[in-house]
Design a protein around this ligand. Structure first.
Ligand code: 6R9
Length: 650
């Protein structure tokens, strides 16, 4: 693909960035040839340790013996690294710029102010009986208290588990139960695009639906909108009442580098979400370092990542990375299109944002509205643009580069996952020439490789399954409460390698081009969704006998959700039922799982052993039924003709 346009690093960027090409090459070589020396030095330079570590890397990807430890004999506290150590030099500097859903509301929170809020809430959590090692669930809107709660947990050694505020009560309840969390931190309501999200009501419903509702001992509620909420006086507490009278001084708990910092549930190819466990030392070293090098973050910069703290991007690149680096991070409560589609531009202008990090789906949504979508906003503060969540198509890349970056801002396409903890493949802005659509080259310490379906390494250019050959500090350590599942999911497909679940191509220059998931995970607007999750929700509906879910190309969302439904005998296929099924999935999982298209399928294509052949369903959904491939193993080939004839039009 040498015909792709290449955007070389400008001389100015090469000279000013933390790493130019020579430095990147030198550091990369050291990071993989001598990881103990490289990461030991980086960890000491980036993070303050309470007890220094002596052992750096101790990792094995061998089947039956997967074990990942970094800096294991060192101790530290993540909140102290994000707050306390900055007080002397930047106590008055803004740590968080909060931009409300309503464009007239914002707030600047200094490092000292944030430190005090975290100290008070940490003491309040202790008073609620929360101890080191306990799990606290956060189900919150994008308000400063979300960051305060994360850091307060980190301060006292509690493990936070954030559940995205767009998830349904059922999805929340399952995650609370799975994590064994006895406290939920939420708000009365959230605000999004001028509407209100009934978070406390959802929490009440989630708890009521749990097998053991009494396992949730306390619900802490931030007063956000002032909307009416139901109240259980034994269980519910107002946040402002709990922190009133608490001291700002809360000693930071001394944590082992391998103690858990947080768990985060994500979708896989099976129905049950996995709680990925991230630990303390390696995670914070990697989050801070990637934030510095990838965004070329320098003192005084204003950095904005538009993600939600309910996703891993919000963890690593709104809160932990930027604050560990003493940065100024923007936290945005709203959506890109409210009050209108110029919002991103307005916020960039208002807060003089230097680095802007968003998802391709947002870029495509704006792009569709025309080149003047950002209005007359002054975007001249921008220095760098980042992309995350899904492959960015070259058209969107070009628009981002030309219209938002005015051709003057490096575009960093960052490939990574909830499991990886931080950015893994990326063109560093001062070092790597960009090719639109390619995540390009590995970050320090990351050894990507491609393997065929038998696990043979592919040399040179080619297509294959993307694996990582050796450990890096921020890789997840386990699935919460289920280490066997962790090993099975990530290290058993290709023995001795971490399997990403993504496919990729490597070109002649060694650049990686992510082609998307190769498993039964779909990526809708940058959100991961297991097709099995949506299927099990559908078959739980009384009218549905069987359901199969696949992704299909969608102009804005990247992938849309295409559903094939076989109804129970005697049930009539109507448009009302279609709507009811969409509504059912929305309530069951959340709006992000809403099916885009539902096709009635009298039968599903199955092998003789009864396996649904999703490959065929994907082709039909994508309108590529001329490329169905081998259908000879189908039990009943006639099924396919019916599906092709009745394909839903987009
Ligand atoms: C950070 C995050 C991970 C999956 C991943 C891949 C897709 C993310 C991408 C990308 C192509 C990029 N993905 N970034 N694909 N280019 N720059 O998104 O984590 O929610 O766990 O999703 O997202 O398929 O495997 P997560």
């Amino acid at each position: 693909m040498s015909d792709h346009k290449v955007y070389p690093v400008s001389a100015e960027w090469a000279a000013s960035a933390w790493a130019d090409e020579a430095k990147y090459n030198e550091m990369y070589a050291e990071s993989v040839n001598n990881p103990d020396k490289f990461w030991g030095e980086q960890a000491r330079a980036t993070i303050d340790w309470i007890k220094p570590f002596h052992q750096v890397k101790n990792t094995s990807f061998e089947p039956g013996n997967v074990s990942i430890k970094w800096f294991e004999d060192g101790t530290l506290n993540v909140a102290a690294n994000c707050l306390d150590r900055h007080l002397a030099t930047r106590g008055d500097q803004t740590a968080i710029i909060w931009e409300g859903d309503d464009p007239s509301s914002d707030e600047h929170i200094s490092y000292r102010d944030l430190y005090e809020r975290v100290g008070k809430f940490a003491n309040a959590l202790k008073a609620q009986g929360v101890k080191k090692g306990d799990v606290a669930t956060l189900y919150m809107p994008m308000i400063p208290e979300a960051a305060v709660a994360m850091l307060a947990c980190a301060r006292i050694g509690a493990v936070h588990s954030i559940v995205f505020g767009g998830f349904s009560p059922d999805a929340l309840g399952v995650r609370v139960e799975e994590s064994g969390s006895s406290i939920i931190i939420t708000s009365d309501e959230g605000r999004r695009g001028g509407r209100r999200v009934p978070l406390k009501k959802n929490v009440d419903a989630a708890i009521a639906g749990m097998d053991n509702p009494a396992s949730v001992k306390s619900v802490v509620v931030v007063k956000c909108t002032g909307g009416d909420v139901a109240w259980d006086t034994d269980r519910d507490h107002w946040y402002h009442e709990l922190v009133a009278g608490q001291s700002v001084d809360c000693p930071a708990e001394e944590m082992g580098a391998e103690d858990p910092l947080f768990i985060l549930y994500t979708s896989g190819s099976t129905g049950k979400p996995k709680g990925l466990e991230h630990t303390t030392g390696g995670y914070i070293v990697y989050a801070a370092m990637t934030h510095k090098y990838v965004f070329d973050y320098k003192d005084g910069d204003v950095y904005w990542c538009t993600a939600d703290v309910g996703w891993v991007t919000g963890h690593s690149y709104i809160v932990y990375g930027p604050l560990a680096n003493g940065g100024t991070t923007v936290m945005f409560e709203g959506v890109p299109t409210y009050p209108d589609a110029s919002r991103f531009g307005r916020v960039i202008e208002k807060h003089k944002v230097n680095q802007f990090y968003t998802a391709p789906t947002a870029i495509r949504a704006l792009m569709q509205k025309g080149d003047d979508v950002l209005g007359d906003s002054d975007l001249s503060s921008l220095k760098l643009l980042g992309s995350v969540g899904e492959p960015i198509n070259p058209e969107a890349w070009n628009w981002y580069n030309d219209i938002m970056g005015k051709g003057e801002c490096p575009v960093v396409d960052t490939w990574w996952q909830t499991e990886t903890g931080g950015i893994m493949i990326v063109p560093l802005p001062g070092a790597t020439a960009a090719k639109p659509g390619s995540a390009s080259r590995p970050f320090f310490g990351v050894q990507p490789a491609l393997v065929d379906n038998e696990g043979n390494l592919i040399e040179g250019s080619g297509d294959g399954n993307l694996v990582i050959l050796d450990g890096w500090p921020a890789i997840a350590r386990s699935c919460w409460g289920d280490p066997a599942r962790y090993e099975e999911t990530y290290f058993s497909t290709f023995k001795g390698m971490y399997f990403t679940g993504d496919g990729a191509r490597r070109d002649d220059d060694g650049y990686y081009w992510i082609t998307g998931r190769v498993d039964d995970v779909i990526n809708v607007s940058g959100h991961r969704m297991g097709t099995a999750e949506v299927e099990s929700s559908l078959v739980a509906h009384a009218a549905v006998a069987e359901a199969a879910v696949v992704g299909y190309p969608h102009a804005i969302k990247g992938q849309g959700i295409y559903v094939y439904v076989t109804l129970q005998a005697g049930v009539e296929a109507t448009d009302e039922l279609r709507k009811a099924l969409v509504g059912h999935v929305r309530t069951d999982i959340g709006p992000i799982a809403s099916p885009d298209l539902i096709q009635w399928a009298p039968g599903l294509p199955k092998t003789r052993s009864g396996k649904i052949m999703r490959r065929i369903l994907r082709k039909i959904a994508a309108n590529e039924h001329d490329q169905l491939g081998d259908t000879s193993t189908l039990a009943d080939p006639a099924v396919v003709d019916d599906l092709v004839a009745n394909r839903m039009n987009r």
